[in-house]
Write a protein that binds this ligand. Structure first.
Ligand code: MLT
Length: 267
């Protein structure tokens, strides 16, 4: 089936397949295309919806601050706009995970199952928040090139950095294409996000934590600790992957998500 490529007042998104809804939320400073492999595979059995968060991809840029709560509300509005009323399986990577946690906080009734990939429940420490403010100013002044230099070494496993130049180049291109105003707004929004540990501790929906073996930004031990504190969570570590496991090991990530959804009875 040809993917539907849609844009409403809120967000641009790709839609593919039929069946239970799986909503894929991208990380920073990327766009929905980071999920291309998962859209293709999961779209055979599910109705996959992959939006560009505000300020990214083809979605509208809203200068200022883009909070995780606003981004979660945008997701709910997309679901409204395409008449999805049933609870969805929500998959978020890193910043997409922060947005997913805001969705748990504010739209829990719309959540059937949760997959958190390479993300953190903790808020930023003051120094990290300060760095985000400085980076936002720099990106507004100079564009996104400084982010390419700063982020690329931290995003991948050594084997991806050394042996998968096409994957690394694809991510560099995504960062270069990002609108500096959208990037700055997301940085300021991430800097003020609250700690979500308690939200996750109380969450009774089935949850899968996916984490790259070599993720240095949201390390496996930290994700395991969150899962241990949750009532209904399991962890799958993706070998030979770093922070961008869905791009580095696309089949392993698609398989882990599909297996989890089947185990949850979402099929
Ligand atoms: C991401 O991949 O979305 C970022 O690492 C999130 C962050 O900067 O905290």
């Amino acid at each position: 089936m040809k993917p539907r490529d849609d844009k409403n007042d809120h967000l641009a998104f790709i839609e593919r397949g039929t069946g239970p809804v799986v909503l894929l939320v991208h990380g920073f400073p990327l766009d929905h295309s980071m999920w291309d492999a998962q859209i293709e595979t999961l779209g055979n059995d599910y109705r996959v919806i992959a939006p560009d968060l505000r300020g990214f991809g083809r979605s509208r840029v809203v200068p200022g601050t883009a909070t995780m709560d606003q981004m979660a509300d945008d997701l709910a509005q997309v679901l409204d706009a395409i008449d999805v009323r049933e609870p969805v399986a929500l998959v978020g990577l890193s910043m997409g995970g922060y947005v997913a946690m805001a969705f748990c906080r504010n739209h829990a009734d719309r959540l059937g199952a949760l997959v958190l990939c390479d993300t953190r429940a903790a808020a930023d420490a003051p120094a990290a928040a300060q760095t985000r403010h400085e980076t936002a100013q720099r990106v507004l002044a100079e564009g996104t090139e400084p982010l390419v230099e700063a982020m690329i070494p931290k995003l991948f496993a050594p084997s991806t950095l050394d042996g998968r130049p096409e994957t690394v180049e694809r991510v560099k291109a995504m960062i270069r294409q990002a609108d500096p105003r959208g990037v700055a707004a997301a940085l300021l929004g991430m800097a003020q996000r609250p700690d979500s540990t308690d939200v996750l501790r109380r969450l009774d929906r089935p949850t899968l934590m996916l984490v790259g073996e070599y993720d240095i930004l949201s390390p496996p031990a930290e994700m395991r600790a969150i899962a241990d504190a949750m009532p209904n969570a399991s962890v799958v570590e993706i070998t030979a992957a770093g922070h961008l496991s869905p791009l580095e090991r696309p089949d392993a990530v698609s398989d882990a998500i599909a297996r989890f959804l089947t185990e949850c009875g979402i099929a």
